[in-house]
Each structure stands twice: as structure tokens, then as C-alpha cells.
Design a protein around this ligand. Structure first.
Ligand SMILES: CCCO[C@@H]1O[C@H](CO)[C@@H](O[C@@H]2O[C@H](CO)[C@H](O)[C@H](OCc3cn(Cc4cccc(C#CCN)c4)nn3)[C@H]2O)[C@H](O)[C@H]1NC(C)=O
Length: 133
């Protein structure tokens, strides 16, 4: 499994920057952000080709181990085999996810999480740097 960060203490309004490499031939990768692995305010899952989704970002939340409703985004500013930088900020109502090519979208803060302490990555993505600013 990929990198796991805990105790990050990222408060609302602060920004998390994630830089990493998408593997050549990538099928899917995941960034999870939240309190811990069972309380995920943002499950961010770009699917190049997975679960029947092609070049689609699937987002969801997990509250005490229970998945919420999926949300699919229209933009897919990712190329397999390239480096990518993404930024996530949150407030009591929403998370804002900034992607390459100035794509940006919001995802509801369904858990009402004030502090993001947990981050992990799964799948065809290797994290190179994490900025907390
Ligand atoms: C149409 C009826 C059926 O509906 C489908 O039902 C599936 C199962 O429920 C959902 O799929 C689940 O969707 C959830 C979000 O909601 C989650 O993404 C979850 O994955 C958890 C997970 C797995 N991993 C490990 C990992 C990740 C990525 C790469 C690798 C790799 C590798 C080496 N190359 C490993 N990390 N987190 C996913 O399985 C589909 O979306 C859903 N589709 C629709 C349209 O509804």
C-alpha cells in the first residue's frame, strides 16, 4: 500500500499540496483525506480504466466505515506516466480540489471535519512531496 500520513493537523483554510508520479499504464489511484482510514472526508479516485469508469474522477466519503454517495467529476486533467500536483483546502461545508490545467471542483464536507489529520495514497500513484501551508 502507499504512503500514510497521520497527525497532520491541517485546519480549515490551510492548503494541502500533493505532488507525485502517475504510473505508466495507470488504471486507478486514490488519495484519502480525513480523520483516519474509517473516517474519510474525501476519497479522491481518478479512474483511467477501472470499475467500468474510463478517465473519470470518482469521489466519495466514508463515515465510521460506511461509504457515502459517489460523485463523478467531468474533468480528467491527468495523463498516465506523468508528474502531477494537486491542492486540497477545506472549510466546514466543502473541500476544494485544485487540479492541473486550472480545473477545480468542490466536494461536500459530509463529516463536518474541522481538522484533516490523515492522508493516504493507493494504487498507481507515487507521492513525491506533501506541502502543508
Ligand atoms: C454499478 C454497480 C456497482 O457499482 C460500483 O460498485 C463498486 C464497488 O463498490 C464501486 O467501486 C468502489 O467505489 C468506492 C468509492 O465509492 C471506492 O473507490 C472503492 O475502492 C476502494 C479502494 C480500493 N483501494 C485500493 C486501490 C485503489 C486503486 C488502485 C489500486 C491498485 C492497484 C494496482 N494497479 C488499489 N483503495 N480504495 C471501489 O471499489 C464503483 O464505483 C461503483 N460504480 C458505480 C457506477 O456506482
Amino acid at each position: 500500500c502507499g504512503i500514510v500520513c497521520t497527525n497532520m493537523g491541517v485546519k480549515a483554510g490551510k492548503r494541502i499540496g500533493v505532488k507525485g508520479e502517475i504510473a505508466a499504464g495507470a488504471k486507478s489511484f486514490v488519495l484519502n483525506l480525513g480523520k483516519d482510514q474509517a473516517n474519510v472526508v474525501l476519497h479522491f479516485n481518478p479512474r483511467f480504466d477501472a470499475h467500468g469508469d474510463v478517465r473519470t474522477i470518482v469521489c466519495n466519503s466514508m463515515d465510521k466505515g460506511e461509504w457515502g454517495a459517489e460523485q463523478r467529476e467531468s474533468a480528467f486533467p491527468f495523463q498516465e506516466g506523468t508528474n502531477v500536483e494537486m491542492f486540497i483546502t477545506h472549510d466546514p461545508s466543502n473541500l476544494t480540489i485544485a487540479l492541473p490545467n486550472n480545473h477545480q471542483f468542490k466536494f461536500p464536507n459530509r463529516l463536518g471535519l474541522q481538522v484533516i489529520d490523515f492522508l493516504n495514497a493507493e494504487g498507481d500513484f507515487t507521492i513525491k512531496s506533501i506541502q502543508l501551508e
